[in-house]
Design a protein around this ligand. Structure first.
Ligand code: SF4
Length: 345
């Protein structure tokens, strides 16, 4: 399969009449203004870095692409399409809100090489959507996803963890619904509080408590686990550094860590080892014994954990004296083999 690269074009807050409590789109997109006349150059420059054999998708991220002024939207699509027609890009990708999807909009998009539509679903709980002032319902998301699938586009669901009034069950339910709605891929974003957002004011007033990093990892892992079980790839967990959130000036509070994906995957491995252990050996005690954990190839660092956390937890929570990790090509995903040294048994 060809290596895939996105050529991101950020469209900040354009045409969006909403003000979701968590949003300061200028900060999320990392640009204060937007100059449409610079888009051609931006794409051209980015495409010149694409290597032979890579597939490039021009991706309109940021605001709600299908909600911006129609003339601007089609002129941006025309620009992107010209690169596809020249053979320099393979297709077009965009992100938008569920209530900005209609048959008419999808018909317009279908005249271009749009392949993938990302929907900012955020939650499938109407209560959570209301408390986040999202301005659309779960039903809007279901309807939009069905239309996107019917038109034959790829559908990527974006969910948030830890929104106001959201609990772990709401998040698991949202992921299950997205799978039922036919998500081809997913993005999971633990909620980060930006300065100049309503969520920031709510946090200062004590009406919202951001998740700790540990809580975010645990709840994101639950949601990630749902997608993994259904075979839906998670193409991103957490905001990336280019989202421009790391500076003090923009970030206020919440679980914003560059290694959050690795932490979530490590947590998946810890659960898998715990299950493998208890299925095979019961609940212990394992005090002082030696444990060998075999994990899939190239997964050693995730299995051992960020700062060797999993190795430490296996010693402290199960009492093992020694824990060692091996890799095996016969395992895949988060499957592991946990074996206690036979001399210890
Ligand atoms: S829909 Fe919400 S998150 Fe998206 S740009 Fe508008 S206010 Fe921000």
């Amino acid at each position: 399969m060809k290596d895939h690269v996105n050529i991101p074009v950020f469209i900040p807050h354009l045409g969006c009449p909403n003000l979701c409590v968590f949003c300061n789109q200028r900060y999320i997109s990392g640009c204060e203004g937007f100059d449409p006349s610079g888009v051609r150059n931006l794409i051209d420059t980015a495409l010149s870095t694409v290597r032979k054999g890579q597939s490039a998708q021009i991706a309109f991220f940021g605001g709600s692409f299908t909600g911006i002024d129609r003339e601007l939207m089609t002129s941006l699509l025309d620009t992107a399409q010209s690169f596809v027609s020249e053979g320099r890009a393979d297709s077009i990708r965009l992100s938008t809100r569920p209530d900005y999807i209609s048959e008419e909009i999808l018909t317009v998009l279908s005249h271009y090489s749009v392949k993938t539509i990302e929907l900012g679903i955020q939650s499938m709980s109407d209560r959570v959507l209301r408390c986040s002032k999202r301005g659309h319902t779960a039903e809007d998301s279901e309807r939009a996803a069905a239309l996107i699938k019917n038109f034959g586009f790829e559908f990527v669901s974006q969910l948030m963890i830890g929104l106001p009034s959201s609990g772990p069950e709401d998040e698991i339910m949202s992921a299950e619904k997205c799978c039922e709605m036919g998500a081809d891929a997913a993005r999971i974003y633990p909620t980060v509080v930006f300065r100049d957002s309503e969520l920031c004011d709510m946090t200062i007033r004590g009406e919202y408590e951001p998740l700790t990093l540990d809580q975010a990892v645990e709840r994101t892992r639950n949601v990630y686990g749902v997608f993994c079980k259904k075979g839906v790839p998670c193409i991103r967990i957490g905001l990336c550094s280019s989202d421009g959130v790391s500076s003090e000036e923009k970030y206020f509070a919440g679980p914003n860590h560059p290694a959050i994906r690795e932490m979530v995957e490590s947590s998946m491995f810890f659960d898998s080892v715990s299950k493998s252990l208890t299925d095979k050996y019961g609940l212990g005690p394992f005090t002082g014994k030696e444990l060998t954990v075999t994990v899939p190839e190239k997964c050693m660092s995730k299995a051992v954990g960020h700062k060797r956390e999993n190795a430490g937890r296996l010693r402290s929570e199960f009492g093992f004296g020694k824990v060692r990790f091996l890799e095996s090509p016969s395992l895949s995903g988060y499957d592991v083999r946990a074996e206690i040294c036979s001399e210890d048994l």
